[in-house]
Design a protein around this ligand. Structure first.
Ligand SMILES: Cc1cc2nc3c(=O)[nH]c(=O)nc-3n(C[C@H](O)[C@H](O)[C@H](O)COP(=O)(O)O)c2cc1C
Length: 167
């Protein structure tokens, strides 16, 4: 099978990580993948942070509800979006996906942790000194996988259609 297809199809959310450090080249390439995501009107309204300081990771983790595992990841990326960009959420979500796939292409597992719509989004922004005209869209906790869970997916027959939909 085509290597890109294999990478995309094999990705799963990873929440348990090994201590193995992630090479700088991997981080750089994954960020470059994110920065090349499709973006409405080519606005690129994102601001992507990378956090490796264990004390800071713990602080971020403690602010979240379903992201406590951030405390034990090797690196946490934070994707902020310029609030006034019309397609801020879509653009930053596309960048987040490309970041995750860029990491997985090197065997680095990760999990998207919600930012947008979460009550802690502003607290994370303040903690990281990000300017007020940005809002947190997502966080990506990453590291080499200690465990890759297998989650069941819906049958494509339920979630796709061709030409016109019929039930
Ligand atoms: C917008 C969004 C927010 C998510 N937020 C969280 C989260 O806060 N905590 C978490 O553990 N997983 C989070 N996830 C990951 C999903 O739980 C995961 O993608 C889903 O269960 C499907 O599993 P898979 O990624 O292994 O295919 C989020 C995913 C998306 C797209």
């Amino acid at each position: 099978m085509n290597i890109a297809i294999t990478v995309i199809k094999s990705r799963r959310s990873v929440r348990k990580f090994k201590d193995t450090p992630i090479p700088e080249e991997v981080v750089r390439n994954a960020i470059e993948c994110a920065l090349l995501a499709p973006t409405a009107r080519n606005e690129q309204p994102w601001l992507i942070g990378k956090i490796t300081d264990p004390a800071l990771l713990k602080k971020i983790a403690a602010l979240t509800d379903n992201g406590r595992f951030i405390a034990d990841c090797r690196i946490c990326f934070t994707v902020f979006g310029k609030k006034d960009a019309k397609y801020c959420l879509e653009d930053c979500s596309a960048a987040t996906t490309q970041l995750i796939l860029g990491l997985w292409a090197y065997g680095v597992g990760s999990c998207w942790v919600a930012g947008d719509k979460k009550p802690y989004a502003e607290d994370v922004r303040r903690l990281l000194n990000v300017p007020e005209d940005y809002k947190l869209i997502s966080m990506v906790a990453a590291g080499y996988p200690a465990d890759v869970p297998v989650v069941k997916k819906k049958d494509a027959k339920e979630t796709t259609f061709s030409e016109r939909y019929s039930s």
